[in-house]
Structure formats: structure tokens, C-alpha cells
Design a protein around this ligand. Sequence first.
Ligand code: SF4
Length: 339
Amino acid sequence: MNIYDFTLTELEEYLVKNGFKKYNATQIIEWIYEKKVYDFNKMTNLSKKLISFLNENLVFENLEVIEVEKSTLANKYLLKLKDNNKIECVLMNHDYGYSLCVSSQVGCNMGCSFCESGRLKKVRDLTLGELVGQVLCVSKYENIRIDSIVVMGIGEPFDNFNNIKRFISVVTNNKMINIGQRHLTISTCGLVPKIYEFADLETGVNLAISLHAPNNEIRDKIMKVNHAYKIEKVMEALDYYISKTNRRVTIEYIMLEGINDSDECARELAKLIKGKLMYVNLIPYNETSNIDMKRSNLFKIKSFYDILKSNNINVTIRKEMGGNLSAACGQLRANAERL
Ligand code: SF4
């Protein structure tokens, strides 16, 4: 078993079940996450019996960096998992610190038509150890502390809900990765029942929703998930999340030429979210040779932005971090696997 596959509570239970003390879990976690010691033999305050138990039963399963694409403001990493599957994560260098975008699955079954990751079906969910492994791997590779995390890479996080819940626990535990709840964001394409479950956790972790259309007609065409959960249901679920948490929701909106970027779409979007605790992040589309969709031109994006602004909607245009990276999510993996 991989030591990174445990939350603190799970490790306590595991050790107690095997005849050790609950506090031994905290000692081990401190060695790993604070002192960066990745060898049980060097954990000098543990008994010989415990060290030998740990060596027999647990391993440090680290992810391997196999490719890095660098640009001024962001680096993209292709990481190899133990079973040779590959995932991506992206490190962004903001003026407020380093932010890491992590993947939640190998591939994705949601099938959004503009998405390189969705073009490739889900192979499997990532384990907790692989979610945590991305953070540890990149911070070790770059020798930095990561200040915030977004779960917005390959995969639908709420389709791997249980491990995402456990990941939140590891990320926000002050003895483990120790990143505040407000610096962690989970992004979903709109799995409505899970939005309610997430709201009921009352964690203070941020929620982003990939909306990408202001009405069902357009959303049905570009996001299969809309066949199951219509926009009205998504909005109801978001209202519930806001009522439980009082946290502002981010509406992600990829600008696709001739599909969802008209002035009429902007007015419809403004009407849909007016008065709600939400803000819109307009994302210039990253084109890929495998998908026949184009990025909206700057004039369209600006016009869309202006209409939202004039309707008192909080809106930003996402800064392009990637430069000439294989910027589409999943593109580096697809190239490496020749998928
Ligand atoms: S946009 Fe997200 S949910 Fe949709 S296919 Fe891509 S990875 Fe999956």
C-alpha cells in the first residue's frame, strides 16, 4: 500500500488496528509532510517494531515526471503513474503565488465536445495517493511550496467523489499539505447530485462550474452532461451550495467561435446569473488539431465581457498562462500516448 493513500484519520485507524498507537500516525505524517523524509528507517522517534511493520506493508509511491513544457508563466508536466498511465498537471506562477491544476482521472467520460481529455474515454479514477502525488511531485521537482490548488485538469472530479473528499482532507490538514480551504477549488461540469453532496460537506472549499453555454440548446450540443442535468437543475444546485456555504461560485465559460460567443449569449448569461453570488471567468479556447472548433476572436470576447459588465456581472477574462504549451487540457497526454 502507498503511504500517500491515507488521510490522517485512516492512518490512525490502520495503525491502531495493527497494534500501534494512534499518535504514531501524526509522527509519521510529520516526518513526511513537514520534514520531507521519505524513508521509514530515518524516522528516529518511531520504535523498531513500527519501522519494520511500515517497511513490510507500506511504500512511498512517487509519480515520475516524464516530460515538462515550460513557458514564462506556466509549466505543464506529464506524469507517469505506477501502471504506466499518464496524466498532466499545470503549475501557474501568479503574482499571489504558485497554483497547481491537478487531474482527477485518467481520461474522462463526460465527453464535452471541445475537450481533448473528453475525446479520450476514462481509463480509471485516480487514487488518493495519485492526487496527493501530483502536488508532492511538482513541489519537489521545482523545490517550491504550492500556495493553491485547482482540481480542473483531466477528468471530472465529482465522478471520483470519494477520493476528492479524502484529497480535500489531506490538502487542508495543517499537518499534511496544509493549504487553506479557500485556496482549493474543485471544478465540475455539473453533476447535480454531487453538487448537493459537496455543499453538505460545508467545507469552505471553492466550487467552479464549467457552464460554457447560457441555455440548454447550446449546452446540449457541446456538453453531454446537459442531457442528464439541465441548466435549471444546475442553477438550483448552485443556489443550494451558496446558501449552505456563502461562497462565491465561479462560472467557467470557454469562448467558442460561432457557438456560444454572440452578444445574445452574453445577455442570456447575464440574465441567468444576475443577482447571484457568482462570477464569470471567460476562457479563450485552446485550439487543438483533433477538434474542429475555433477560439472566439478578441473583439468577440471583449464585447461579451462588456455586456456582462454592463449588467453588473463580475467577470474576468482568463489570463493566458500557457504561451506555446500544448495548452489544451489533455493534449500533452494525448500526444505522448499517440491517442
Ligand atoms: S471539460 Fe472536463 S468534464 Fe468535460 S470532458 Fe473535459 S475533462 Fe471531462
